[in-house]
Design a protein around this ligand. Structure first.
Ligand code: NAD
Ligand code: MG
Length: 506
């Protein structure tokens, strides 16, 4: 679709412009993708991008996926695959089509409601997850069904005890955790009627994530604070509905290794990754040519670098299409969020960094796309509403009626796509580099970004200084190809200190 227009899920009809005939259609080119270009130039993108230098270390423990880390082999396989397809009567096996990482498999069926723990229940994702549960419960009630799909077993919050108490009253979970110990004493006043167990502190968060009665953990804590609990859920073999992308950015190699060992599931909540996941069902792993993440472009999509210099936290938080927590809103404005999502996609889907691309799509209706080797591009579309991807992860591989908004095709509208401007949004270059190099790069960039975003929110640095802080700390860090958890925590501390030093020099 082409032409400009407002998203079609508002109630007012409107006119749309038509495509500029002078503008060529986007398929009139045979430009190689960055990955193809690199391969033509002989750059060994595949091995380097797979998982840092851990290509031979056994990280790719999931059988045939090993082969996918070599982009050259990938191309060769894809070519021979299409040849195979042309041989009349030849049956192409699933192995030849390629299999996806096992943490993406549907969970084992169980004959009762799934018990859910929502970590970060007071945040934007946490509240949307509660809305999905509320809707599923209402559906069960109206069907006079004794057992709903889900039962809320536990919730956590860090500060907003009022919001935590409201959820406790409505859903009567067995466990409530306040991760912030300084607020522990206030719980009795916030929710005197709560009859379940209340615990406080970071360890209580880990205990809830690993509790044997929990089937699904919604990992919706923001930033590095979500790392330990998400890893604990993976270690305990849970189905993790992953919103906390920072876990994969910091420790993607460890998290995926662990999931393989414990048979945990890691299913995406991030809307782009949910879209990719849904599209990937159309083909085998070796049939995927590239994955195209869409980006709204944030509030400063059309702003020059000079204009971006003096933006305020309030302007940066005002996202045009999504309502989100403070940190991810600033990340969206710098496009560091897309950078983190590139890294997340690489780990989650076992992709080669050279297969990842970003396109700016201001309407946020196409949530991402997958191109297969035959040139088919599949997209997942819906109005921007996180309830949909959350629900998709909680009930995978099923679908049920959702409370999310619907598209209205009776109203004319247009969808726009434009290449990202790497000069105005250098965070994307950082993200591509980190996805390609792997190793310790993710933990460093994540830490530097968290510190710089906080400094910007506190008006200690300019908006335009956030990404340079990340770049500087990334460039000066002692690269480690396969850091273990202890090294990751140490590198995180180091990067935070370096970022503070860098910020105080501004
Ligand atoms: P938010 O700020 O609205 O909520 C964060 C939650 O984490 C809150 O419940 C808060 O109490 C908790 N928390 C904060 N600091 C904590 C700490 N030190 N220890 C334990 N808990 C702590 O954030 P959000 O927008 O809901 O985002 C949550 C995660 O989901 C992020 O990783 C974000 O990147 C990801 N995500 C969000 C969206 C979205 O639409 N909001 C979309 C995709 C991915
Ligand atoms: Mg996203």
């Amino acid at each position: 679709m082409s032409g400009k227009g407002q998203p079609p899920f508002s109630t007012k009809p409107r006119l749309i412009g038509s495509r500029d005939p002078a503008r060529p259609l986007p398929y009139a080119t045979n430009e190689p993708t960055p990955g193809q270009a690199a391969r033509r130039e002989g750059t060994p993108v595949g091995f380097e991008c797979g998982n840092g230098s851990a290509g031979e270390s056994g990280h790719a423990d999931y059988g045939r996926m090993k082969i996918c880390y070599n982009a050259a082999v990938f191309d060769q396989r894809a070519r021979s695959l299409s040849l195979l397809r042309h041989e009349a009567g030849h049956v192409v096996t699933q192995e030849q089509r390629g299999v996806f990482p096992r943490w993406l498999l549907p969970p084992n069926p169980i004959n009762r409601s799934r018990r859910i723990a929502i970590l970060g229940a007071t945040g934007s994702i946490g509240q949307s997850a509660l809305a999905v549960l509320r809707h599923a419960n209402q559906m069960a009630e109206s069907a006079l069904s004794e057992n709903g799909r889900f039962q809320l077993f536990g919730i956590s919050g860090h500060e907003n005890l009022g919001s935590l108490a409201m959820a406790a009253r409505e859903f009567s979970p067995e466990f409530v955790v306040c991760s912030n110990t300084s607020m522990e004493a206030q719980w009795a006043h916030a929710c005197p009627e709560f009859g379940g167990r209340f615990n406080a502190g970071a360890e209580a968060l880990v205990d809830l994530a690993a509790h044997p009665d929990v089937d699904i953990v919604v990992a919706a804590i923001v930033g590095r604070a979500g790392l330990e609990s998400t890893m604990a859920a993976i270690e305990s073999g849970k189905l993790v509905a992953l919103a906390n992308k920072e876990t994969l950015v910091m420790a993607g190699h460890l998290a995926t290794d662990l999931a393989t060992k414990t048979d945990a599931r890691i299913l995406p909540v991030d809307s782009e990754h949910s879209a990719i996941f849904q599209c990937l069902h159309s083909g085998g792993r070796l049939e995927v040519r590239r994955v195209i993440l869409t980006a709204s472009g944030g509030p400063f999509r059309t702003w020059t670098a000079a204009q971006q210099r003096d933006v305020t936290p309030e302007q940066a938080r005002a996202h045009p299409t999504w309502k989100m927590g403070a940190k991810i809103s600033i990340d969206s404005a710098t496009m560091m969020n897309k950078a983190l999502e590139l890294i997340e996609a690489k780990w989650l889907f076992g992709l080669d960094a050279a297969q990842l691309e970003v396109v700016v799509h201001p309407e946020s209706i196409v949530h991402s796309m997958v191109e297969f080797v035959d040139g088919s591009i599949l997209a997942q579309c819906s109005p921007p509403d996180m309830k949909l991807p959350i629900q998709a992860a909680l009930d995978y591989p099923n679908r049920f009626e959702s409370p999310a908004r619907r598209m209205d095709f009776r109203v004319p509208f247009g969808l726009n796509f434009e290449p990202p401007d790497m000069d105005r949004f250098p965070a994307l270059l950082v993200g591509l580099e980190v996805a390609r190099r792997g190793g310790s790069c993710g933990v460093i960039v994540n830490a530097a970004n968290e510190v710089a975003v906080q400094a910007f929110l506190e008006r200690r640095i300019r908006f335009s200084e956030i990404v340079p802080v990340c770049r500087k700390v990334l460039d000066s860090h002692p690269f480690e190809p396969y850091p273990d958890l202890a090294s990751i925590l140490e590198l995180d501390r180091w990067a935070r200190l370096e970022s503070c030093k860098c910020i105080s020099s501004y």
